[in-house]
Write a new protein. Structure first.
Length: 217
């Protein structure tokens, strides 16, 4: 990744590497599932301290998913796979969805900056997709996606999807998958994710990709 690009884990959780995450790991039991994670008193304390003063409202589940995914990412060695511009465009163009690896280690998949955009609400702003924490199980994929990542922003927008690719899924308007949705997107050659199904498809394509090298151009 480039020197000027902030990683969402560093931005949100970097300060917890030395104390808070190890304290969670030190408690007895596994932390692989959300329910197991919530049984750790140190995890509950961390989430309480990170919670905004004005609360989370409907976003509480996404918040828990993000903290849990970040903990597993730390626990599994902080592995990041970066897709550069050409590799990200190849990713959206491929049709492959069969994983090439059976690893269940949680990684962060980082796509080219400010290339893929999405709305979390129909009337909300478009935000750039930075990437996602990839949580693989034998039969499913869970993605905790981070959007709107910026070093001067105190948080990120989060989208959580889980499942298997929907066979033959297409956009309701029949436009091409990942084609632009923003005004001016065609001229700027920007891509877009229109729905949870499309985000999940992107995740499975990343799993199927042969690109496992960091720092791709």
């Amino acid at each position: 990744m480039t020197a000027t690009r902030v990683h969402p884990f560093d931005l949100l959780f970097g300060a917890f590497r030395e104390q808070r995450f190890p304290a969670i790991a030190a408690e007895p039991g596994s932390r692989r599932t959300r329910d197991e994670f919530m049984l750790a008193s140190a995890a509950l304390e961390l989430m309480r301290d990170m919670r905004p003063d004005d609360g989370l409202g409907d976003a509480v589940d996404d918040f828990v998913a993000l903290v849990h995914a970040a903990y597993l990412y730390w626990s599994d060695g902080e592995q990041t796979v970066e897709f550069g511009q050409a590799q990200t465009r190849a990713l959206v163009a491929t049709a492959a969805v069969a994983p090439r690896s059976q690893s269940t280690a949680v990684r962060y998949i980082q796509v080219a900056p400010r290339l893929l955009w999405a709305q979390l609400a129909e009337d909300g702003p478009f935000e750039p997709l930075d990437g996602w924490f990839e949580q693989r199980s034998p039969a499913s994929l869970r993605m905790v996606a981070c959007l709107g990542v910026h070093p001067e922003r105190p948080g990120v927008s989060v989208a959580v999807v889980e499942g298997t690719p929907v066979p033959g899924w297409s956009r309701p308007d029949r436009s091409a998958l990942f084609s632009p949705l923003m005004s001016g997107g065609d001229a700027a050659d920007l891509l877009a994710v229109s729905a949870p199904e499309e985000l999940l498809l992107l995740g499975w394509r990343a799993l199927a990709s042969e690109n496992t090298d960091q720092g791709g151009a």
